[in-house]
Design a protein around this ligand. Structure first.
Ligand SMILES: Cc1ncc(COP(=O)(O)O)c(C=O)c1O
Length: 361
């Protein structure tokens, strides 16, 4: 069933005011999610925070893990709850314990969220990092390559990682910040060994929540140097405490009940709209925007079937500010002459027309 657009739009207060085309940064927050978070926090203020509170946090964590697993097409036990995409990527890249003489292959359009972890592997472990165009990455694997780490969907252009990555003999970790929630994700069909995603972007949750899928075979190989109450199976065992056996071993340490409840309400709202319909509508609308921009004389960066549309701008900083003043919210791509529109299932043709009209003035 297609998305009931008007009903979905009504859930997002920001859409009453502006053409919000910025989910690639932070998704629009549904009112129901903000209410769920506020409800949780007020309850804590009234009841205090003792044993019941910690039980509640654990319950919410498991519910959210289940919802994230459904969005990724895997089992809840294969998913860790993180604070953001970058944290999940760092856990995998650091956990592999690569050494001097070994190489990580990546693309030349990655986000600092991935580049930070790659830079750390280079600075702290002497690992070499080689960059190639995203479209050519599968063919560029060499003898020294021990990991391929790249975007599922590029944040700069909206290009999609090549399907050939599924056939590689080396581990692949995908940066799914612009993937999960935006486009269909099935980690097994993608053939990746790990997939890190964000809760605050296309899943419309609060800042401070993300997810990490790790395939069972890779899970065994990753060292987990960061251990604490949040990822230990038997924390009471002190120095002998063991890590959780499943994906929970990569869990971050301290997620609040209010953040968990907000994220859960948001992802459940999108689930009710239907993932297939949400993806279909968003990618179709993004393709429509590409046509409208072309007709308006704006070049778009080569993209895939995604929800991001990056287009030429003579002065991205000034134009972004001008668009914001006209109620159109999007972002610029640093260092490139591009503005980027993020198109979600909650957007409609009027949002696109508002962008086009603002670009003309
Ligand atoms: C491709 C990509 N990777 C990583 C990140 C960082 O995301 P997070 O804040 O969830 O770590 C972003 C954020 O925009 C992104 O677009």
């Amino acid at each position: 069933m297609p998305v009931n657009v008007e009903a979905l739009r009504d859930e997002f207060p920001v859409l009453e005011r502006v053409a919000y085309l910025n989910a690639g940064t932070d998704g629009p927050l549904p009112a129901v999610a903000a209410q769920a978070g506020a409800h949780e926090l007020l309850g804590e203020a009234r009841r205090g925070r003792a044993a019941e509170h910690f039980k509640r946090r654990r319950e919410l964590s498991e519910e959210l893990r289940g919802a994230y697993a459904r969005a990724l097409g895997c089992e809840p036990g294969e998913v860790a709850l993180t604070t953001c995409t970058s944290e999940g990527l760092a856990s995998v890249i650091d956990g592999l314990g690569l050494q001097e003489g070994e190489e990580i292959l990546t693309s030349d359009e990655e986000h600092p969220g991935l580049l930070g972890a790659l830079g750390a592997a280079r600075a702290l472990r002497g690992v070499s990092v080689r960059m190639v165009p995203l479209a050519e990455i599968a063919e560029a694997v060499g003898e020294r390559t021990r990991l391929v780490a790249c975007s599922h969907v590029s944040w700069m252009s909206g290009q999609v990682a090549p399907a050939a990555l599924a056939e590689l003999g080396v581990p692949v970790v995908l940066d799914g910040a612009q993937g999960v929630g935006a486009v269909p994700v099935d980690v097994r069909a993608l053939g990746c060994d790990a997939y890190a995603g964000a809760g605050q972007k296309w899943l419309c949750g609060p800042d401070g929540l993300g997810m990490l899928y790790v395939a069972p075979a890779l899970r065994e190989r990753l060292e987990v140097s960061r251990r604490g109450y949040g990822n230990l199976l038997d924390p009471g065992a002190g120095l002998d405490a063991r890590l959780h056996e499943d994906g929970r071993r990569f869990d971050t340490f301290a997620l609040s009940a209010e953040a968990l409840a907000t994220a859960l309400a948001a992802v459940e709202l999108l689930e009710r709209a239907g993932w297939r319909a949400v993806h279909e509508r968003a990618t179709t609308l993004a393709a429509r925007l590409t046509e409208l921009l072309a007709a308006a004389g704006r070049d778009t960066a080569p993209r895939g079937n995604s929800t991001l549309v990056s287009f030429s701008s003579p002065d991205p900083t000034a134009e972004r500010a001008r668009l914001a003043a006209r109620g159109v919210v999007l972002r610029e791509i640093p260092g490139r002459p591009l503005l980027r529109a993020s198109v979600g299932a909650w957007n409609d043709e009027r949002d696109l027309e508002r962008l086009l009209a603002a670009l003309r003035t």
